[in-house]
Design a protein around this ligand. Sequence first.
Ligand SMILES: Cc1cc2nc3c(=O)[nH]c(=O)nc-3n(C[C@H](O)[C@H](O)[C@H](O)COP(=O)(O)O)c2cc1C
Length: 469
Amino acid sequence: MSFEERLRLRPGVAAGSTPQGRHHLLRWPYSSELDEVTAVQRSALTLLAEAPVTEDALCHRVNPEPGEDTRQEVARLVRDLRGLGWLRVTVVESDNPLYTMEPVRTAPHPASVPDQPTLSRFATLAREGTDMALRSPRARCELVLHDPRLLTLVGLLGGAPDPREWARRTGLSARAVERTLGDMAASGLLVGAETEDGDQAALAVRQWNPHELLFHTRSRFNARCRPGHDFGTTYSFRDTQPPPRERAPLSEDVTMLEPPDLERLRVEDPPLTRVLEDRASHRRHDETQPLTLAQLGEFLYRSAGARPGTGGNGSARPYPTAGSSYELELYPVIRRVAGIEPGLYHYSAHRHELSAVPGAAPLSGRLVQMVRAQTDAPAPPQVLVVVTARFGRVMWKYQSLSYSLILKDVGVLYQVMYCVATAMGLAPCAVGTGLTEEFCEAIGTDPTDEAPVGEFVLGSRPPHTGDHR
Ligand SMILES: Cc1cc2nc3c(=O)[nH]c(=O)nc-3n(C[C@H](O)[C@H](O)[C@H](O)COP(=O)(O)O)c2cc1C
């Protein structure tokens, strides 16, 4: 028995015509122009938007007694829609839906099953309602698996290829296995063993980790996402509230900081070009003259302190953030600063004060030692500023790209910190990564709620450091 294909326009697709009579399909920000659209094809388009339908049934719905002309018009429309990637196709065997192919770029390219077929190492399987979705950031289609036997087939795709054995072990018909493999190959989910891993694979492909490529593609516009529905500014948690802008002090052990005299700095600070041109990463600190509490306070205020007034949501800061979310929090790990005890502190950007995090001495010691190794520095830093994000402040508003926005915000903050430290004659250096779970435990947060997303080293600059390292 042959397979049935149930066709449906992808959700959210609108059709429209210009006064000049040109016909378009639109799913913002993507659109395709169709050739001339006949009355039959217009009816077929409407039906395709309503419910899954076979091509034959479509012909009968637009014309109860379809002639050759009707069939050809419908076939042409279906071919065009498929080619442009506007159609979802559910493959059905003997009334049993096997899977649905959902284009995420242009349509699948016909491709033969490779000699050594293997599941793409970029493929992931995730629950989608009551089904499982097989997807990959490199694929042209996602496969939503309706028949659970396909999960066994997917599980076999890492081993030696043997389609006959696969049919026996899955309980699927040999033809269903063949058809599924063909569609997976056309989608880019099934690849030749050498194409992604071996020496013959393109370097540009080999160097990507699956999770990084997935994150990259899913935080950019792509044909999969529906801006305003499941991507971008959706306010999907508008019925809840974002976490408050101000985090409560972490203890009663609070050190008030003196705000710097900004009016004086406006006049006396080095000019922008000198700061930018002199900015550099410095990893050595002057142990004979360590950073002072006043310098640390000035650095924090000038980099991240909340100013009264005009900016987003009632306060302004020296650095911008996506959506004025101000989700980043600073936690200085102080090893050596004149005027304050070593330890882990939280910086309140609103109150311009440090509150000590109790019981964090062992973690603080570990963090600065780790960073010494990460920066290849001769000694642990005088201060390590751990930057956390309170994710809900961004995720409340944005969908799918929130985390990428947070990392961009971290980059923006880093540069402001570099510039402020340079203007102050201090030694700054960004750091690439750090501990998460242990830090969250120390500050008493769930890592899904608030967790480190950046680290930055600060200290006093030794005189005559020609060599930045
Ligand atoms: C996001 C980011 C992460 C960094 N991570 C590290 C790091 O882990 N260790 C380190 O020694 N330097 C790190 N750096 C500093 C870079 O090595 C440095 O900026 C680069 O070599 C250019 O030198 P410059 O900053 O002196 O111009 C980082 C810089 C950035 C922006």
